[in-house]
Design a binder for this molecule. Structure first.
Ligand code: DX5
Ligand code: ZN
Length: 222
């Protein structure tokens, strides 16, 4: 399977949001990654429904909504209505994850579960068949532009091994500090969706950067 590129709108220029959305529409990117932060689960607040709806209005590609919020069950219906195609909740924020993933699927969305850097992959052992996507955080969630955590490579390999034969279509997403230098190795280790915020939006030529990431080949395994 070819890998997907999901530019993170968090790093866009919010005063020129439509311009940045059109840039992604006209690029080789596959999804829009949309980061929702509530100031409780993570120490930052990003944006809410009016902004997601505005993105949806102009976006020509699916919205991949990453909920960094406590008690995400309360808002699944609203994010589905706002136009999400993928809804990812944090393992650390869900008491009844199986029920939450089922609720996301009932809304017609792909259901994802995200793991913080400190959360081991093995906690997904009994839910791996029920997720459409697993997001491995390669930074502590809350902010763009942070340094990539090297341990991520081993977590991706462990997840890939766990999913083998049990969920071969699993989307394995990596989020935080992704750039052209680590993309190849991330793909070798099992990632098939790469999120990139600052690396794309601070580039002189964001479309060219997206194309480069889209075409990157698996790197040498460590
Ligand atoms: C971090 C967010 C990321 C962030 C990635 O909490 O979940 O999606 O936007 O930004 P970069 O690529 O700049 O690390
Ligand atoms: Zn994210």
């Amino acid at each position: 399977m070819n890998h997907f590129i999901a530019p993170s709108v968090l790093a866009a220029d919010f005063a020129n949001l439509q311009r940045d959305i059109e840039m992604v529409n006209g690029s080789a990117a596959d999804w829009f990654h949309v980061d929702i932060m509530d100031g409780v689960f993570v120490p930052n607040i990003s944006f809410g429904f009016p902004v997601v709806e505005a993105i949806r209005k102009h976006a020509g590609k699916p919205l991949d909504v990453h909920l960094m919020i406590t008690d995400p069950d309360r808002y699944i219906g609203a994010f589905a209505k706002a136009g999400a195609s993928v809804i990812t909740v944090h393992y650390e924020a869900c008491t009844h994850l199986h029920r939450t993933l089922a609720a996301i699927k009932e809304m017609g969305c792909k259901a994802g579960v995200a793991l913080n850097p400190h959360t081991p992959v093995h906690v997904l052992e009994d839910i791996i068949e029920d997720a459409d996507l697993v997001l491995i955080m390669s930074v502590n969630p809350g902010f763009g532009g942070q340094k990539f955590i090297q341990r991520t490579y081993d977590k991706l390999k462990a997840l890939k091994a766990m999913a083998a034969g049990r969920n071969d279509n699993l989307l394995i997403e990596v989020d935080g500090g992704v750039n052209i230098s680590n993309a190849g190795q991330l793909i070798s280790c099992g990632a098939n969706v790469l999120v990139a915020g600052n690396f794309v939006f601070t580039a002189d030529d964001p479309k060219a950067v997206i194309s480069e990431m889209k075409e990157v080949m698996p790197g040498l395994m460590k």
